[in-house]
Design a binder for this molecule. Structure first.
Ligand code: MLC
Ligand code: AMP
Length: 515
Protein backbone atom coordinates (compact mmCIF):
# COMPACT_ATOMS: atom_id res chain seq x y z
CA UNK A 1 0.00 0.00 0.00
CA UNK A 2 1.27 3.44 -0.99
CA UNK A 3 -0.83 5.76 1.12
CA UNK A 4 -2.12 6.09 4.65
CA UNK A 5 -5.58 6.49 3.11
CA UNK A 6 -5.38 2.98 1.63
CA UNK A 7 -4.23 1.57 4.96
CA UNK A 8 -7.22 3.21 6.64
CA UNK A 9 -9.67 1.93 3.98
CA UNK A 10 -8.21 -1.55 4.39
CA UNK A 11 -8.84 -1.46 8.16
CA UNK A 12 -12.41 -0.41 7.37
CA UNK A 13 -12.81 -3.35 4.98
CA UNK A 14 -11.31 -5.94 7.32
CA UNK A 15 -12.59 -4.73 10.70
CA UNK A 16 -15.54 -2.46 9.92
CA UNK A 17 -17.02 -2.67 13.41
CA UNK A 18 -13.86 -1.78 15.26
CA UNK A 19 -13.95 1.59 17.07
CA UNK A 20 -11.86 4.25 15.33
CA UNK A 21 -12.91 7.53 16.86
CA UNK A 22 -14.94 8.85 19.76
CA UNK A 23 -15.78 12.49 20.33
CA UNK A 24 -17.88 13.08 23.44
CA UNK A 25 -20.84 10.78 23.05
CA UNK A 26 -20.28 10.28 19.29
CA UNK A 27 -18.62 7.03 18.27
CA UNK A 28 -17.41 6.03 14.79
CA UNK A 29 -16.31 2.56 13.80
CA UNK A 30 -13.78 2.17 10.97
CA UNK A 31 -16.62 1.14 8.63
CA UNK A 32 -18.78 4.11 9.54
CA UNK A 33 -15.90 6.56 9.28
CA UNK A 34 -14.90 5.17 5.87
CA UNK A 35 -18.48 5.46 4.61
CA UNK A 36 -18.54 9.15 5.53
CA UNK A 37 -15.08 9.76 4.10
CA UNK A 38 -16.21 8.16 0.83
CA UNK A 39 -19.44 10.20 0.80
CA UNK A 40 -17.48 13.41 1.29
CA UNK A 41 -14.96 12.46 -1.42
CA UNK A 42 -17.74 11.61 -3.87
CA UNK A 43 -19.50 14.92 -3.13
CA UNK A 44 -16.28 16.72 -4.08
CA UNK A 45 -15.80 14.62 -7.22
CA UNK A 46 -19.39 15.17 -8.34
CA UNK A 47 -18.65 18.88 -8.25
CA UNK A 48 -15.65 18.29 -10.51
CA UNK A 49 -12.93 18.91 -8.00
CA UNK A 50 -9.70 18.39 -9.91
CA UNK A 51 -6.75 16.34 -8.62
CA UNK A 52 -4.40 18.72 -6.87
CA UNK A 53 -7.09 21.33 -6.17
CA UNK A 54 -6.66 22.89 -2.72
CA UNK A 55 -9.23 22.36 0.01
CA UNK A 56 -8.59 24.42 3.15
CA UNK A 57 -9.65 23.15 6.55
CA UNK A 58 -10.28 26.03 8.96
CA UNK A 59 -11.87 23.85 11.59
CA UNK A 60 -11.68 22.92 15.24
CA UNK A 61 -11.15 19.32 16.27
CA UNK A 62 -14.23 17.24 15.48
CA UNK A 63 -15.19 14.15 13.48
CA UNK A 64 -15.95 16.55 10.59
CA UNK A 65 -12.27 17.50 10.52
CA UNK A 66 -11.23 13.87 10.20
CA UNK A 67 -13.83 13.14 7.52
CA UNK A 68 -13.00 16.25 5.48
CA UNK A 69 -9.26 15.60 5.81
CA UNK A 70 -9.42 12.02 4.57
CA UNK A 71 -12.26 12.68 2.12
CA UNK A 72 -10.44 15.56 0.41
CA UNK A 73 -7.42 13.29 -0.07
CA UNK A 74 -9.63 10.50 -1.40
CA UNK A 75 -10.87 13.02 -3.99
CA UNK A 76 -7.14 13.64 -4.69
CA UNK A 77 -7.28 17.22 -3.50
CA UNK A 78 -4.51 18.86 -1.46
CA UNK A 79 -5.46 19.72 2.10
CA UNK A 80 -4.42 23.15 3.36
CA UNK A 81 -4.20 23.25 7.16
CA UNK A 82 -5.24 26.49 8.85
CA UNK A 83 -4.87 27.25 12.56
CA UNK A 84 -8.31 28.24 13.89
CA UNK A 85 -6.79 31.17 15.78
CA UNK A 86 -5.60 32.79 12.56
CA UNK A 87 -7.07 36.19 11.72
CA UNK A 88 -7.12 38.53 8.72
CA UNK A 89 -3.37 38.75 8.09
CA UNK A 90 -2.65 35.00 8.22
CA UNK A 91 -5.91 33.95 6.53
CA UNK A 92 -5.63 36.32 3.57
CA UNK A 93 -2.11 35.16 2.94
CA UNK A 94 -2.63 31.41 3.27
CA UNK A 95 -5.86 31.28 1.29
CA UNK A 96 -4.56 33.44 -1.54
CA UNK A 97 -1.11 31.83 -1.67
CA UNK A 98 -2.57 28.32 -1.82
CA UNK A 99 -5.40 29.46 -4.14
CA UNK A 100 -7.78 27.28 -2.18
CA UNK A 101 -11.09 27.01 -4.01
CA UNK A 102 -12.89 25.28 -1.18
CA UNK A 103 -12.83 25.88 2.55
CA UNK A 104 -14.46 23.72 5.20
CA UNK A 105 -15.22 25.74 8.32
CA UNK A 106 -17.59 26.52 11.21
CA UNK A 107 -19.71 29.58 12.08
CA UNK A 108 -16.78 31.46 13.65
CA UNK A 109 -14.69 30.70 10.58
CA UNK A 110 -17.39 32.05 8.24
CA UNK A 111 -17.58 35.27 10.28
CA UNK A 112 -13.80 35.68 10.09
CA UNK A 113 -13.70 34.92 6.35
CA UNK A 114 -16.73 36.98 5.26
CA UNK A 115 -14.97 40.38 5.03
CA UNK A 116 -11.99 38.79 3.26
CA UNK A 117 -13.93 37.04 0.49
CA UNK A 118 -13.97 39.99 -1.97
CA UNK A 119 -10.15 39.87 -1.99
CA UNK A 120 -9.99 36.08 -2.34
CA UNK A 121 -11.30 35.46 -5.87
CA UNK A 122 -10.18 31.80 -5.90
CA UNK A 123 -12.30 30.85 -2.93
CA UNK A 124 -15.65 29.89 -4.41
CA UNK A 125 -17.10 27.25 -2.08
CA UNK A 126 -17.61 27.25 1.67
CA UNK A 127 -18.63 23.98 3.28
CA UNK A 128 -20.00 24.76 6.72
CA UNK A 129 -20.23 22.41 9.67
CA UNK A 130 -22.59 24.84 11.45
CA UNK A 131 -25.16 27.25 10.03
CA UNK A 132 -23.24 30.33 8.88
CA UNK A 133 -24.18 33.43 10.91
CA UNK A 134 -22.64 36.05 8.61
CA UNK A 135 -23.98 37.29 5.25
CA UNK A 136 -21.83 36.16 2.32
CA UNK A 137 -21.37 37.50 -1.22
CA UNK A 138 -23.35 35.69 -3.94
CA UNK A 139 -20.12 34.77 -5.73
CA UNK A 140 -19.53 32.15 -3.03
CA UNK A 141 -21.50 28.91 -2.82
CA UNK A 142 -22.35 27.77 0.69
CA UNK A 143 -23.20 24.13 1.41
CA UNK A 144 -23.88 22.37 4.70
CA UNK A 145 -21.31 19.68 5.45
CA UNK A 146 -24.01 17.28 6.64
CA UNK A 147 -25.94 17.63 3.38
CA UNK A 148 -22.86 16.44 1.47
CA UNK A 149 -22.57 13.39 3.72
CA UNK A 150 -26.25 12.64 3.13
CA UNK A 151 -25.73 12.32 -0.63
CA UNK A 152 -25.86 8.62 -1.58
CA UNK A 153 -22.58 6.75 -1.84
CA UNK A 154 -22.39 5.34 -5.39
CA UNK A 155 -20.67 1.97 -5.63
CA UNK A 156 -20.15 2.43 -9.37
CA UNK A 157 -18.44 5.81 -9.08
CA UNK A 158 -14.86 4.99 -9.90
CA UNK A 159 -12.47 6.35 -7.31
CA UNK A 160 -8.71 6.33 -7.57
CA UNK A 161 -6.64 6.73 -4.44
CA UNK A 162 -3.85 9.28 -4.73
CA UNK A 163 -0.41 8.13 -5.88
CA UNK A 164 2.51 8.16 -3.46
CA UNK A 165 4.16 11.20 -5.09
CA UNK A 166 1.01 13.32 -5.07
CA UNK A 167 0.97 16.21 -2.62
CA UNK A 168 -1.34 15.43 0.28
CA UNK A 169 -1.01 18.46 2.52
CA UNK A 170 0.25 22.04 2.52
CA UNK A 171 1.40 22.87 6.04
CA UNK A 172 2.03 26.60 6.38
CA UNK A 173 5.09 27.48 8.37
CA UNK A 174 6.29 31.01 8.94
CA UNK A 175 9.59 32.26 7.61
CA UNK A 176 12.07 34.75 8.97
CA UNK A 177 11.46 36.96 5.98
CA UNK A 178 8.17 37.66 4.32
CA UNK A 179 5.05 35.58 4.70
CA UNK A 180 4.61 31.95 5.68
CA UNK A 181 5.35 29.18 3.19
CA UNK A 182 3.35 26.05 2.40
CA UNK A 183 5.43 22.94 3.06
CA UNK A 184 4.41 20.33 0.48
CA UNK A 185 4.03 16.93 2.09
CA UNK A 186 3.46 14.05 -0.27
CA UNK A 187 1.50 10.90 0.44
CA UNK A 188 4.81 9.02 0.68
CA UNK A 189 6.05 11.39 3.42
CA UNK A 190 2.96 10.84 5.53
CA UNK A 191 3.13 7.09 5.15
CA UNK A 192 6.85 6.55 5.66
CA UNK A 193 6.97 8.77 8.72
CA UNK A 194 4.00 7.21 10.49
CA UNK A 195 5.37 3.75 9.72
CA UNK A 196 8.61 4.75 11.47
CA UNK A 197 6.81 6.41 14.40
CA UNK A 198 4.45 3.51 15.07
CA UNK A 199 7.31 1.02 14.83
CA UNK A 200 9.50 3.00 17.24
CA UNK A 201 6.72 3.46 19.79
CA UNK A 202 5.27 -0.08 19.42
CA UNK A 203 1.85 1.35 18.54
CA UNK A 204 -0.73 -1.38 17.89
CA UNK A 205 -4.44 -1.78 17.20
CA UNK A 206 -4.93 -2.35 20.94
CA UNK A 207 -3.90 1.21 21.77
CA UNK A 208 -6.25 4.06 22.59
CA UNK A 209 -5.01 7.64 22.47
CA UNK A 210 -6.39 10.64 24.32
CA UNK A 211 -5.90 13.45 21.76
CA UNK A 212 -6.47 17.05 22.81
CA UNK A 213 -3.88 18.62 20.52
CA UNK A 214 -5.22 20.64 17.60
CA UNK A 215 -5.55 18.64 14.39
CA UNK A 216 -4.46 21.59 12.24
CA UNK A 217 -0.80 21.07 13.21
CA UNK A 218 1.70 18.27 12.75
CA UNK A 219 1.65 16.96 16.31
CA UNK A 220 -2.08 16.28 16.63
CA UNK A 221 -2.65 15.34 13.01
CA UNK A 222 0.41 13.58 11.68
CA UNK A 223 1.33 11.82 14.88
CA UNK A 224 -1.93 11.45 16.82
CA UNK A 225 -4.47 10.86 14.07
CA UNK A 226 -2.17 9.23 11.53
CA UNK A 227 -0.79 6.76 14.07
CA UNK A 228 -4.28 5.76 15.11
CA UNK A 229 -5.44 5.20 11.53
CA UNK A 230 -2.25 3.45 10.47
CA UNK A 231 -2.39 0.88 13.25
CA UNK A 232 -6.16 0.43 13.29
CA UNK A 233 -6.26 1.72 16.88
CA UNK A 234 -8.74 4.19 18.38
CA UNK A 235 -8.66 7.80 19.51
CA UNK A 236 -10.63 9.73 22.13
CA UNK A 237 -10.61 13.11 20.36
CA UNK A 238 -11.24 16.31 22.32
CA UNK A 239 -12.30 19.64 20.85
CA UNK A 240 -9.58 21.34 22.88
CA UNK A 241 -7.27 20.78 25.82
CA UNK A 242 -8.90 21.48 29.20
CA UNK A 243 -6.55 20.31 31.95
CA UNK A 244 -9.31 19.29 34.39
CA UNK A 245 -11.14 17.21 31.75
CA UNK A 246 -7.99 15.55 30.44
CA UNK A 247 -6.77 14.70 33.94
CA UNK A 248 -10.17 13.28 34.87
CA UNK A 249 -10.12 11.03 31.77
CA UNK A 250 -6.53 9.93 32.37
CA UNK A 251 -7.47 9.14 35.96
CA UNK A 252 -10.65 7.21 35.32
CA UNK A 253 -10.66 5.73 31.79
CA UNK A 254 -8.72 2.49 31.85
CA UNK A 255 -9.09 1.96 28.10
CA UNK A 256 -6.58 4.78 27.43
CA UNK A 257 -3.00 3.71 26.74
CA UNK A 258 -1.42 6.79 25.11
CA UNK A 259 -1.26 10.54 25.69
CA UNK A 260 0.64 13.12 23.61
CA UNK A 261 1.09 16.78 24.53
CA UNK A 262 3.20 19.90 24.39
CA UNK A 263 5.14 20.79 27.58
CA UNK A 264 2.55 23.43 28.59
CA UNK A 265 -0.07 20.66 28.71
CA UNK A 266 2.10 18.56 31.02
CA UNK A 267 2.77 21.44 33.38
CA UNK A 268 -0.94 22.25 33.50
CA UNK A 269 -1.80 18.59 34.19
CA UNK A 270 0.70 18.58 37.03
CA UNK A 271 -0.79 21.76 38.48
CA UNK A 272 -4.29 20.32 38.21
CA UNK A 273 -3.19 17.08 39.82
CA UNK A 274 -1.62 18.95 42.74
CA UNK A 275 -4.83 20.95 43.15
CA UNK A 276 -7.23 18.00 43.03
CA UNK A 277 -5.11 15.10 44.23
CA UNK A 278 -6.10 13.11 41.09
CA UNK A 279 -3.34 11.16 39.34
CA UNK A 280 -3.37 9.65 35.86
CA UNK A 281 -3.40 5.83 35.74
CA UNK A 282 -0.15 4.44 34.37
CA UNK A 283 -0.27 4.64 30.57
CA UNK A 284 1.76 2.60 28.13
CA UNK A 285 3.29 5.81 26.75
CA UNK A 286 3.26 9.57 27.34
CA UNK A 287 4.97 11.66 24.65
CA UNK A 288 6.05 15.29 24.66
CA UNK A 289 7.15 17.43 21.73
CA UNK A 290 6.79 20.65 19.69
CA UNK A 291 8.76 22.65 22.28
CA UNK A 292 11.53 21.88 24.78
CA UNK A 293 10.48 19.85 27.81
CA UNK A 294 12.59 20.98 30.76
CA UNK A 295 14.48 18.32 32.68
CA UNK A 296 12.70 19.61 35.79
CA UNK A 297 9.22 19.00 34.33
CA UNK A 298 10.35 15.56 33.12
CA UNK A 299 11.45 14.71 36.67
CA UNK A 300 8.35 16.13 38.33
CA UNK A 301 6.10 14.08 36.05
CA UNK A 302 8.13 10.99 36.83
CA UNK A 303 7.97 11.65 40.58
CA UNK A 304 4.26 12.45 40.67
CA UNK A 305 2.74 10.41 37.81
CA UNK A 306 5.28 7.57 37.82
CA UNK A 307 5.79 8.06 34.08
CA UNK A 308 9.01 8.68 32.16
CA UNK A 309 7.87 10.93 29.32
CA UNK A 310 9.27 10.10 25.90
CA UNK A 311 10.42 13.32 24.22
CA UNK A 312 10.65 13.55 20.46
CA UNK A 313 11.44 16.29 17.94
CA UNK A 314 9.67 17.20 14.73
CA UNK A 315 8.60 20.00 12.46
CA UNK A 316 6.02 20.78 9.79
CA UNK A 317 8.46 20.18 6.92
CA UNK A 318 9.67 16.81 8.12
CA UNK A 319 6.98 15.48 10.48
CA UNK A 320 8.89 13.49 13.13
CA UNK A 321 12.71 13.54 13.15
CA UNK A 322 14.09 12.04 16.34
CA UNK A 323 12.81 10.19 19.38
CA UNK A 324 14.03 8.99 22.72
CA UNK A 325 14.06 5.20 22.82
CA UNK A 326 10.93 3.29 23.75
CA UNK A 327 12.87 0.55 25.54
CA UNK A 328 16.20 2.19 26.29
CA UNK A 329 17.00 5.18 28.43
CA UNK A 330 14.72 8.22 27.98
CA UNK A 331 17.12 11.02 28.70
CA UNK A 332 15.64 14.30 29.98
CA UNK A 333 16.70 17.39 28.05
CA UNK A 334 17.34 15.39 24.87
CA UNK A 335 15.25 14.50 21.84
CA UNK A 336 16.82 11.08 21.24
CA UNK A 337 17.93 9.57 17.95
CA UNK A 338 16.59 9.53 14.37
CA UNK A 339 13.51 7.38 13.74
CA UNK A 340 14.20 4.14 11.85
CA UNK A 341 15.10 4.76 8.19
CA UNK A 342 15.82 8.46 8.75
CA UNK A 343 19.05 10.40 9.27
CA UNK A 344 20.10 13.43 11.32
CA UNK A 345 23.44 15.21 11.74
CA UNK A 346 24.93 18.40 13.10
CA UNK A 347 26.87 20.75 10.81
CA UNK A 348 28.91 23.87 11.24
CA UNK A 349 26.58 26.82 10.60
CA UNK A 350 29.04 28.59 8.29
CA UNK A 351 31.10 25.92 6.54
CA UNK A 352 28.23 23.38 6.61
CA UNK A 353 30.68 20.56 7.42
CA UNK A 354 29.54 17.75 9.74
CA UNK A 355 30.69 18.29 13.32
CA UNK A 356 32.06 15.83 15.84
CA UNK A 357 29.86 14.57 18.68
CA UNK A 358 29.51 17.14 21.43
CA UNK A 359 29.99 20.14 19.13
CA UNK A 360 27.09 22.54 18.59
CA UNK A 361 25.86 23.48 15.13
CA UNK A 362 22.72 23.33 12.98
CA UNK A 363 20.73 20.11 12.88
CA UNK A 364 20.10 18.72 9.38
CA UNK A 365 17.86 15.79 8.50
CA UNK A 366 17.44 13.53 5.48
CA UNK A 367 15.17 10.66 4.58
CA UNK A 368 11.85 9.58 3.07
CA UNK A 369 9.93 11.79 5.51
CA UNK A 370 11.40 15.11 4.36
CA UNK A 371 8.99 17.34 2.44
CA UNK A 372 9.14 18.09 -1.29
CA UNK A 373 9.80 21.83 -0.95
CA UNK A 374 7.72 24.96 -0.41
CA UNK A 375 4.64 25.60 -2.51
CA UNK A 376 5.53 27.94 -5.38
CA UNK A 377 8.71 29.05 -3.60
CA UNK A 378 11.52 27.50 -5.57
CA UNK A 379 14.20 29.80 -4.17
CA UNK A 380 13.25 29.14 -0.58
CA UNK A 381 13.07 25.41 -1.31
CA UNK A 382 16.51 25.37 -2.89
CA UNK A 383 18.05 27.28 -0.02
CA UNK A 384 16.67 24.80 2.50
CA UNK A 385 18.49 21.78 1.09
CA UNK A 386 22.12 21.07 0.32
CA UNK A 387 23.27 19.19 -2.79
CA UNK A 388 23.07 15.84 -0.99
CA UNK A 389 19.47 16.34 0.05
CA UNK A 390 20.08 17.34 3.70
CA UNK A 391 17.35 19.67 4.98
CA UNK A 392 18.44 22.59 7.16
CA UNK A 393 16.11 22.58 10.13
CA UNK A 394 17.12 25.96 11.57
CA UNK A 395 17.48 24.28 14.97
CA UNK A 396 20.80 24.40 16.79
CA UNK A 397 22.01 21.42 18.74
CA UNK A 398 24.51 18.65 19.22
CA UNK A 399 24.73 14.90 19.31
CA UNK A 400 26.25 13.50 22.48
CA UNK A 401 28.65 10.58 22.62
CA UNK A 402 25.78 8.14 23.12
CA UNK A 403 24.01 9.34 19.99
CA UNK A 404 21.29 11.42 21.69
CA UNK A 405 20.47 14.73 20.00
CA UNK A 406 20.10 17.85 22.15
CA UNK A 407 18.37 21.00 20.87
CA UNK A 408 20.19 23.99 22.32
CA UNK A 409 18.75 26.93 20.40
CA UNK A 410 17.59 28.21 17.05
CA UNK A 411 19.50 29.55 14.09
CA UNK A 412 16.38 31.48 13.05
CA UNK A 413 14.42 33.97 15.07
CA UNK A 414 11.49 31.97 16.32
CA UNK A 415 9.44 32.14 19.49
CA UNK A 416 7.71 28.92 20.58
CA UNK A 417 4.87 29.65 22.97
CA UNK A 418 2.87 26.69 24.26
CA UNK A 419 3.88 24.73 21.15
CA UNK A 420 2.71 27.42 18.70
CA UNK A 421 5.36 29.15 16.57
CA UNK A 422 5.58 32.91 16.36
CA UNK A 423 7.95 34.73 14.04
CA UNK A 424 8.91 38.12 15.56
CA UNK A 425 9.03 39.70 12.12
CA UNK A 426 5.32 39.07 11.51
CA UNK A 427 4.35 40.73 14.80
CA UNK A 428 6.80 43.59 14.19
CA UNK A 429 5.23 44.24 10.77
CA UNK A 430 1.76 44.47 12.26
CA UNK A 431 2.86 46.73 15.13
CA UNK A 432 4.76 48.98 12.72
CA UNK A 433 1.49 49.81 10.96
CA UNK A 434 0.12 51.42 14.16
CA UNK A 435 0.39 55.23 13.80
CA UNK A 436 1.83 55.60 17.32
CA UNK A 437 4.73 53.24 16.65
CA UNK A 438 8.01 54.62 15.37
CA UNK A 439 10.19 51.55 15.68
CA UNK A 440 9.60 48.14 17.16
CA UNK A 441 11.48 44.97 18.07
CA UNK A 442 9.75 41.75 19.12
CA UNK A 443 11.50 38.99 21.03
CA UNK A 444 10.82 35.96 23.21
CA UNK A 445 11.46 35.85 26.96
CA UNK A 446 11.00 32.88 29.32
CA UNK A 447 7.44 32.21 30.50
CA UNK A 448 6.51 29.74 33.26
CA UNK A 449 3.34 28.50 31.52
CA UNK A 450 4.06 28.77 27.79
CA UNK A 451 7.85 28.27 27.84
CA UNK A 452 8.38 31.56 26.02
CA UNK A 453 6.33 34.74 25.77
CA UNK A 454 6.12 37.50 23.16
CA UNK A 455 7.56 40.85 24.26
CA UNK A 456 7.41 44.02 22.14
CA UNK A 457 9.85 46.90 22.61
CA UNK A 458 8.45 50.05 21.05
CA UNK A 459 9.87 53.47 20.26
CA UNK A 460 6.88 55.85 19.97
CA UNK A 461 6.51 57.70 16.66
CA UNK A 462 8.00 61.21 16.73
CA UNK A 463 5.47 63.92 17.42
CA UNK A 464 2.76 61.41 18.45
CA UNK A 465 1.51 60.67 21.94
CA UNK A 466 3.04 57.41 23.22
CA UNK A 467 0.58 54.56 22.51
CA UNK A 468 -1.00 52.70 25.43
CA UNK A 469 0.45 49.17 25.69
CA UNK A 470 -3.06 47.66 25.72
CA UNK A 471 -3.92 49.52 22.50
CA UNK A 472 -0.97 47.83 20.82
CA UNK A 473 -1.96 44.40 22.17
CA UNK A 474 -5.49 44.90 20.80
CA UNK A 475 -4.06 46.10 17.48
CA UNK A 476 -2.29 42.75 17.14
CA UNK A 477 -5.27 40.71 18.33
CA UNK A 478 -7.51 42.27 15.67
CA UNK A 479 -5.14 41.26 12.91
CA UNK A 480 -3.23 38.17 13.99
CA UNK A 481 -3.86 34.97 15.94
CA UNK A 482 -4.32 35.93 19.58
CA UNK A 483 -1.40 33.77 20.78
CA UNK A 484 0.97 36.08 18.81
CA UNK A 485 -0.02 39.21 20.75
CA UNK A 486 2.67 40.67 23.04
CA UNK A 487 2.25 39.68 26.67
CA UNK A 488 4.41 42.64 27.59
CA UNK A 489 5.02 45.98 25.83
CA UNK A 490 7.97 48.16 26.83
CA UNK A 491 8.22 51.77 25.63
CA UNK A 492 11.79 52.99 25.10
CA UNK A 493 13.49 56.04 23.62
CA UNK A 494 15.68 54.10 21.18
CA UNK A 495 16.53 50.54 20.17
CA UNK A 496 20.12 49.33 20.63
CA UNK A 497 21.73 48.88 17.22
CA UNK A 498 25.09 47.59 16.03
CA UNK A 499 27.42 49.42 13.65
CA UNK A 500 25.41 48.13 10.66
CA UNK A 501 22.18 49.46 12.12
CA UNK A 502 20.80 46.02 13.03
CA UNK A 503 18.73 45.87 16.22
CA UNK A 504 20.65 44.01 18.93
CA UNK A 505 17.96 41.80 20.35
CA UNK A 506 20.37 40.05 22.68
CA UNK A 507 20.98 43.39 24.40
CA UNK A 508 17.23 43.90 24.80
CA UNK A 509 16.86 40.33 26.06
CA UNK A 510 19.50 40.92 28.74
CA UNK A 511 17.94 44.22 29.80
CA UNK A 512 14.37 42.97 29.95
CA UNK A 513 15.17 39.51 31.25
CA UNK A 514 16.74 40.97 34.36
CA UNK A 515 13.61 42.98 35.25
C1 MLC B 1 -3.55 30.01 23.81
N1 MLC B 1 -3.13 31.26 24.12
C2 MLC B 1 -1.81 31.30 24.00
C3 MLC B 1 -1.44 30.01 23.58
N2 MLC B 1 -2.53 29.23 23.49
N3 MLC B 1 -0.94 32.30 24.17
C4 MLC B 1 0.35 32.02 23.96
N4 MLC B 1 0.78 30.80 23.55
C5 MLC B 1 -0.09 29.78 23.36
N5 MLC B 1 0.31 28.58 22.95
C6 MLC B 1 -3.93 32.41 24.53
C7 MLC B 1 -5.09 32.66 23.62
O1 MLC B 1 -4.71 33.44 22.55
C8 MLC B 1 -6.07 33.35 24.55
O2 MLC B 1 -5.75 34.71 24.68
C9 MLC B 1 -5.81 32.68 25.87
O3 MLC B 1 -4.50 32.13 25.80
C10 MLC B 1 -6.79 31.56 26.16
O4 MLC B 1 -6.98 30.76 24.98
P1 MLC B 1 -7.33 29.21 25.06
O5 MLC B 1 -7.63 28.72 23.72
O6 MLC B 1 -8.31 29.00 26.17
O7 MLC B 1 -5.91 28.66 25.45
P2 MLC B 1 -5.57 27.34 26.10
O8 MLC B 1 -6.63 26.34 25.94
O9 MLC B 1 -5.10 27.65 27.45
O10 MLC B 1 -4.33 26.88 25.17
C11 MLC B 1 -3.13 26.44 25.66
C12 MLC B 1 -2.71 25.20 24.87
C13 MLC B 1 -2.67 25.57 23.38
C14 MLC B 1 -1.35 24.80 25.41
C15 MLC B 1 -3.70 24.07 25.12
O11 MLC B 1 -1.76 26.63 23.20
C16 MLC B 1 -2.32 24.40 22.51
O12 MLC B 1 -3.18 23.60 22.14
N6 MLC B 1 -1.04 24.26 22.15
C17 MLC B 1 -0.58 23.16 21.31
C18 MLC B 1 -0.02 23.66 20.05
C19 MLC B 1 0.38 22.52 19.11
O13 MLC B 1 -0.32 21.57 18.89
N7 MLC B 1 1.57 22.62 18.55
C20 MLC B 1 2.13 21.62 17.69
C21 MLC B 1 2.71 22.27 16.47
S1 MLC B 1 3.45 21.01 15.45
P3 MLC B 1 -6.91 35.82 24.70
O14 MLC B 1 -6.16 37.08 24.98
O15 MLC B 1 -7.51 35.79 23.33
O16 MLC B 1 -7.85 35.41 25.78
C22 MLC B 1 5.10 21.12 15.77
C23 MLC B 1 5.96 20.00 15.27
C24 MLC B 1 6.20 19.04 16.36
O17 MLC B 1 5.53 21.95 16.48
O18 MLC B 1 7.35 18.70 16.64
O19 MLC B 1 5.22 18.63 16.95
P1 AMP C 1 6.66 23.76 13.43
O1 AMP C 1 7.34 24.50 12.35
O2 AMP C 1 5.44 24.43 13.99
O3 AMP C 1 6.40 22.41 13.01
O4 AMP C 1 7.68 23.74 14.65
C1 AMP C 1 8.85 23.00 14.56
C2 AMP C 1 9.85 23.48 15.57
O5 AMP C 1 9.44 23.12 16.90
C3 AMP C 1 11.18 22.78 15.42
O6 AMP C 1 11.94 23.34 14.37
C4 AMP C 1 11.80 22.99 16.78
O7 AMP C 1 12.36 24.29 16.88
C5 AMP C 1 10.59 22.90 17.69
N1 AMP C 1 10.49 21.60 18.37
C6 AMP C 1 9.75 20.52 18.05
N2 AMP C 1 9.93 19.53 18.94
C7 AMP C 1 10.83 19.98 19.86
C8 AMP C 1 11.42 19.45 21.04
N3 AMP C 1 11.12 18.23 21.50
N4 AMP C 1 12.30 20.21 21.71
C9 AMP C 1 12.62 21.45 21.29
N5 AMP C 1 12.08 22.03 20.21
C10 AMP C 1 11.19 21.31 19.49
Amino acid sequence: MHTLLEVFLEHARRTPDRLALSFGSERYSYGELARRVTAFAQALLRRRKEPGERVALFLENSPAFVIAYLGAQYARCIVVLVNTQYRQVELSHILSDSEARTCVTGAAGVAELAPLLPSLPSLEWLITVEPPGAALPSSVTVTAFDSLLAEPVEAQLSMTVPGSTETAVLGYTSGTTGRSKGAMLRQSHLLSNIRAVTQAWRWTAEDRLLLALPLFHTHGLMVGLHGTLYTGASVDLRRRFVASEVLEALHSDDSLTLFFGVPTMYSRLLEESRRTGLRPRPLRLMVSGSAPLSAQLFQEIEAEFGQRILERYGMTETIMNTTNPYDGERRPGTVGMPFPGQEARVVDVRGRQPLADGETGEIEVRGPHVFAGYWRREDASRESFDADGWFRTGDLGLRDKDGYFHITGRARELIISGGFNIYPREVEEVLATHPGVGEVAVLGLPDPDFGEQVVAVVVPAAGQPAPEPQTLVDWCKDRLASFKKPRRVELVDALPRNALGKVQKHVLRERLGSR
